[in-house]
Write a protein that binds this ligand. Structure first.
Ligand code: ACM
Length: 268
């Protein structure tokens, strides 16, 4: 069964929510797909200096303008969406991703578990656990950016039945694109890292984002990879059933060969 999956690599301007969303959706509508993954904080930009700063653009999920706009886009284009949004829930802020079905229905949200650097000053750590969403043609596990450095995240999502890990990102370190190949082979899953491009400079800090959004396969191939400096959409056809075969050799199955009793230190 062929499922067309892709990333939308964008270049948001800090605080310009409507412009960021509309330009990302214009780009996204240039290719047909069953599932599209947008970057972390794709609607707002990244470098928030304070909670007050973040409060100006953070939105409730699902009853916020960006989620509602994405739902409309999903139903018009019959495409499922995973997209990173700054979420406001009462007085708390989360670095979240929203998941929307190809009918345009709200499916759920994920709140980033592992906050990177100064994100810790403005966001709360995620409290919704690690979830896999059934999108009809494919089961999708969701993690956000720096979650990649904890291999337990991709492992748990894969053990929970994900065919594909959707990975909205705002990467600034140069490691994740290579590390995600390991996440793919060690779990035999597809991954989509949807990264952004451009730089943000504020409060004496400058961050440049590394682009190179990519899609990887259960046999550790890069199926497509974007440039480091252009807004791009990348779409490939995959067969999700490939990710259900956990055999590495005739005598080695990734799930059957695990020795979880020896890993107890991981849960301490
Ligand atoms: C990151 O987690 N945005 C690096």
């Amino acid at each position: 069964m062929d499922v067309k999956v892709g990333f939308v690599q964008t270049s948001p301007m800090l605080g310009e929510v409507e412009k960021n969303v509309e330009s990302a959706l214009l780009l996204a509508s240039s290719k047909e797909a069953d599932l599209l993954v947008f970057p972390e904080l794709f609607n707002t930009g990244y470098l928030f200096l304070s909670k007050d700063d973040l409060a100006k653009v953070a939105e409730p999920i699902p009853n916020g303008p960006t989620t509602e706009r994405l739902m409309k886009f999903a139903s018009e284009h019959s495409v499922s969406v995973v997209a990173g949004i700054a979420e406001r829930d009462g007085r708390a802020f989360y670095n979240s991703a929203v998941i929307i079905s190809s009918d345009g229905d709200y499916v759920g949200k994920y709140r980033k578990l592992h906050l990177f650097s100064t994100e810790k000053l403005v966001f709360e750590p995620g409290n919704l656990g690690l979830q896999v969403f059934d999108l009809g043609k494919i089961r999708v596990g969701v993690m956000i950016c720096f979650d990649w450095i904890f291999p337990e995240v991709a492992r748990v999502l894969s053990l929970k039945g994900a065919h594909l890990i959707a990975h909205p990102a705002n990467l600034v370190l140069p490691y994740a694109q290579t590390a995600m190949l390991a996440r793919s082979i060690e779990n035999r899953v597809f991954t989509i890292t949807a990264n952004r491009i451009g730089c943000e400079e504020r409060g004496g800090k400058k961050l440049c984002f590394t682009g190179k959004s990519q899609i990887t396969s259960p046999d550790m191939k890069v199926l497509t990879r974007a440039s480091e400096d252009l807004m791009e959409v990348g779409v490939v056809s995959i067969d999700p059933r490939e990710a259900e075969n956990k055999n590495i050799t005739e005598l080695n199955n990734l799930w059957e060969d695990r020795r979880p009793k020896e890993y107890y230190i991981l849960t301490r």
